[in-house]
Write a protein that binds this ligand. Sequence first.
Ligand code: GDP
Ligand code: IMO
Ligand code: MG
Length: 422
Amino acid sequence: MSVSVLVGSQWGDEGKGKIVDILSNRYEIVARYQGGANAGHTIQIGDQQFILHLIPSGILRENVICVIGNGVVVDPQALLNEIKFLEDHDINIKGRLFISQNAHLIMPYHKLLDSISEKGSQKIGTTGRGIGPCYIDKYARKGIKIVDLLNKNELEKKIRRNLEEKNNLLRKVYDHEELDVEKIIKEYLAFDEAIDQYITDVPEYLNNAISEGKSVLLEGAQGALLDVDYGTYPYVTSSNPTSGGACTGTGIPPTKITDVIGIVKAYTTRVGNGPFPTELTDDSGENLRKWGAEFGATTGRPRRCGWFDAFLVKYSCMINGISKVAITKLDVLSNFDEIKVCTGYEYNGKKLKSFPADACILENVKPIYVALKGWKKDITNITSFEDLPAETKEYLTFITEQCGFEISIISVGPRRKQTIEL
Ligand code: GDP
Ligand code: IMO
Ligand code: MG
């Protein structure tokens, strides 16, 4: 019986969707614990590409039950669109999807405030999915939860109360036209009918399942460096993608977690603004983007690309308690003559001892690089570690030593069969 947490170890888009899909045939339940439709988790099955934003990536395995935990912020329309997309592709959802009563709802004003507040020098480059404003309301104790859909009077009262405040804000601070209260009430009252069937007491369900010996995989969205507490603040998302968030976001206590799996991309990418010490703005960066097809799965934005940052991943392993990792997108490095790895940062002429908390410092650090020889061979059809080129093994050994992790999976392409298990 395992209760595993799967976390993105960098700035998101590490290939979590693919690895969850690979691992989920060993788990009875896959649960998302934070974030919302800002996530874009891709699973490639044959010629069909599935991009999931809210529903856990285990949904493509027909025997797996999927759960959306209380830590997730749910856009009901995005959820219904995703259910329809899956049903249109003959994926049966009935009896396989549960949503926590305590998850908060993304409201139209969250999405609007997300986009109109993104101005000036502190623009984060959010996905515009209303994530930050929804978590703000949650912590300000003004949020509307999934459970509120079950009580029409209470739901209407809460929407009216919130809209009075939000419309004031829109008019007076943002000089924006007000939102139509009656329209939003009508729209949200109607969600009850479609979503009711999925609403569940998730902590009770998950803890009972674990007591019965079932295995659970907790799927994180985003990545550790986008964590609101441990990431490159303020250029972060508004939740805790790090492993601790898996407990508060599902109701599974820390004593029941058995292991933490880190998803580690063989180089580094980031979407949106914020410091990125190993970013490449030259041809190498352009090649990583091209060969890795590094364009956002949610917004389509080009991802910023750079060399592997072992100093950053080592920090990520520490705060997440990562025991094993899956290295993804190793094939993307196959065309380089030389591959660099950042082993530390220099700031004001001194080598930093630990990952800096101040984004202004991180913006100005100088990465210390070690150059390794590239392998210049196609590895996308290799299925065993032994068959990898010597230089590929050297690269893996080097990053393993630098970060102090243990590799259990190597991904050499987006498809299921392009996976080497150790
Ligand atoms: P996630 O958000 O962490 O689930 O990652 P995304 O789905 O946003 O981005 C990962 C992208 O890389 C997707 O397009 C995947 O299909 C693709 N991918 C995953 N693993 C591999 C791999 O090993 N090699 C290559 N070339 N592509 C991969
Ligand atoms: P997955 O789960 C990469 C980034 C946004 C922005 C910042 C804040 O696919 O790895 P938000 O909309 O969350 O308030 O935006 O976080 N971001 C992601 N970057 N992958 C993601 O998810 C992301 N989700 C949010 O680009 O910089
Ligand atoms: Mg993604």
